[in-house]
Ligand binder design. Structure first.
Ligand code: AMP
Ligand code: ZN
Ligand code: FE
Ligand code: FE
Length: 281
């Protein structure tokens, strides 16, 4: 049997592995294919493609976009994207600057709370264009203001905690369209985590191609529910570990093994989409 992990992060967003380290773990675990899905970034794809190639694995370029629909936050995975697509790169750059400004705001809140964290220490630790709350958490631990990342989230960074700042998001319908025009396939990430079941029909209407049924945080029951939903709406099925390296405890790669048949179907959808997409360079 061949398997894939289609949800992985590197240090180009809030993971801790380099693309080469991640590909190394994938190869050791016997994966046939890996996709890179860094938050609001496709920057790691070139290195990941080379590393997968060297290790004899198939590589699928991707990203994970934060979006919203009717005030519900959801994450959209884009697969088989043209990582040079101009509109995609422009939009991603916009959301990267939203992320950077949000870090500044969260650090000023911390400073108001008499936690004198230096914003530059967060950017230095993140060392990427797409920083997020896990970097603030790690900087808080490194500077000795919190004992663990979990404590940082619990005390300060979780939604509605004192240093939390809402993030401006693109609309889900725009997100689906953005992925499509870059020749990609649009998939709703971990619906069980975001509790986005009610908005699935609206997204299907907007052209959503698939749903992430298998995810580290989906129970067997949840996976089965999403498989039924995928079947009902004729959606592709994907799955992945959402590994962030050591950013959230232990590396999760290897905990979800998606049968390769699903990758074949995803690829065939991307093939038909790629022919339609306008990708001016
Ligand atoms: P952001 O995109 O900046 O809002 O950060 C989201 C990231 O923070 C995702 O990778 C989440 O999995 C992670 N995250 C959210 N809540 C927690 C938590 N309580 N503990 C650890 N990581 C979290
Ligand atoms: Zn993340
Ligand atoms: Fe996510
Ligand atoms: Fe993720």
């Amino acid at each position: 049997m061949k398997f894939a992990d289609l949800h992985l992060h590197t240090f180009f967003s809030d993971g801790t592995f380099s693309p080469e380290e991640l590909a190394g773990h994938g190869a050791r675990l016997g994966f046939a294919a890996l996709a890179l899905t860094d938050h609001d970034s496709v920057e790691g794809c070139v290195r990941m493609a080379a590393a997968c190639d060297a290790a004899g694995m198939e590589f699928i370029p991707g990203t994970e976009l934060t979006a919203e629909h009717n005030d519900t936050e959801l994450h959209l995975l884009g697969y088989f994207l043209d990582t040079q697509n101009r509109k995609l790169l422009t939009e991603i750059a916009k959301f990267q600057s939203v992320r950077q400004n949000r870090i500044r705001e969260m650090v000023s809140r911390l400073n108001e709370l008499k936690v004198p964290l230096d914003v530059e220490s967060v950017f230095a630790l993140a060392n990427c264009r797409s920083p997020g709350r896990p970097h603030v958490a790690r900087a808080l631990v490194k500077a000795g203001f919190c004992k663990t990342n979990d404590e940082a989230f619990e005390r300060f960074l979780k939604k509605n905690r004192p240093a939390w700042v809402p993030k401006a998001k693109m609309s889900a319908l725009e997100g689906v369209e953005l992925i499509h025009q870059a020749g990609g396939v649009a998939v709703m990430a971990h619906p069980g985590l975001n509790r986005t079941d009610e908005i699935i029909p609206a997204l299907v209407e907007a052209g959503l191609d698939g749903i992430e049924c298998f995810h580290t945080k989906h129970s067997t029951n949840a996976a089965e529910r999403y498989l039924e939903i995928a079947d009902r709406h004729h959606l592709l099925v994907t799955g992945g570990s959402d590994c962030h390296g050591f950013s959230k405890g232990k590396p999760l790669i290897g905990t979800v093994k998606l049968p390769y048949d699903h990758v074949k179907k995803l690829k065939s959808k991307a093939g038909s989409r790629g022919l339609q997409a306008e990708t001016p360079h």
